[in-house]
Design a protein around this ligand. Sequence first.
Ligand code: FAD
Length: 309
Amino acid sequence: MNVAEIMENRSAFSFEVFPPKTDVGMEKLCGEGGVLDQLYTLNPDYISCTYGAGGTNVGKNLEVLDKIVKDGKCVGVTHFTCIGNTKEGIKEQLNTYLEHGINHMLALRGDLPFGWTGTGGDLHYATELVKFVRQEFGDKFTIAVAGSPEGHIACRSLEADIAFLKQKQDNGADYIMTQLCWDMDQFRYWLDAIRAAGIWLPVDVGIMPILDQAATINMALSRNGCVMPRELCEIISKNWIFPNPFEKEPFDANVEGKKASFKEAGIEYTIRQIDEYRACGINGIHLYALNKYDDVARIAKEAGLLDLI
Ligand code: FAD
């Protein structure tokens, strides 16, 4: 059963990892008893692996997915972008994925590398990528696409963004994976709006565990312009590491204590957010595992995600 079919029958539960840049990182993720082996024990339906801008991390992405496919414990999903890719290059890479047994992809435009103004490739939007993959590969891939409940940071309007999401569905996408969104009222509005627009694809909600102050702020503001609800802002403020959480050598005397209390409050916040999402009638929870196990496993267990299967 492919991931979209799973979500037609019941809620799915999955993880996202990223391809490490070093051999040590690869060993930690893919080695025997490493993070992937540990994540399998939680019985996810799939594990996806991100794809570096300009294809710089593609080698490791393939290695990570090779392990997931070889281990056969869950489906492996590759993220794939238009960045720096010609049509011929896309065909070549996607053929390689298929040869390696990887037949699920998240079709994205991709994050523009710093200083770039376009994709630098033959395709400019995810809509085009979905269409191209269907033209060239028929139904060989199950295709996920990104949805942005707050609107993509560069969209001219939420309505335009929803219209392009509908186009992704019309071009052959199978399910939606959402961008980070902490604003639950906005999420509910968006879910109603996409259904009203005729988008019936399953919605798999992306959740970033709140574990680290700097990473949380960075993820929200460096690219996505996410709204931070008052409760989350309070957690950040109450545990603020002075002079700021990005400082490598903070003068704050209680750095470790604040990191620990931030993480504890963040985990509780993440679990409550998953409860709220599940109450909205979504089709899956996709946890960014951040190549870690312990905290992510605790969230999955306490949120009741292990009982979905
Ligand atoms: P698109 O859907 O193409 O949209 C981009 C912008 O163009 C939007 O503003 C949209 O409104 C507009 N637009 C869309 N179609 C058209 C059209 N036909 N004409 C005019 N305007 C249009 N990035 C990576 O580089 N690697 C990853 O591994 C990765 N993983 C991700 C995983 C998830 C779950 C999500 C949600 C995002 C991920 N991203 C990743 C980030 C993603 O690549 C960025 O958010 C990127 O800026 C937009 O990608 P998209 O596929 O949503 O773009």
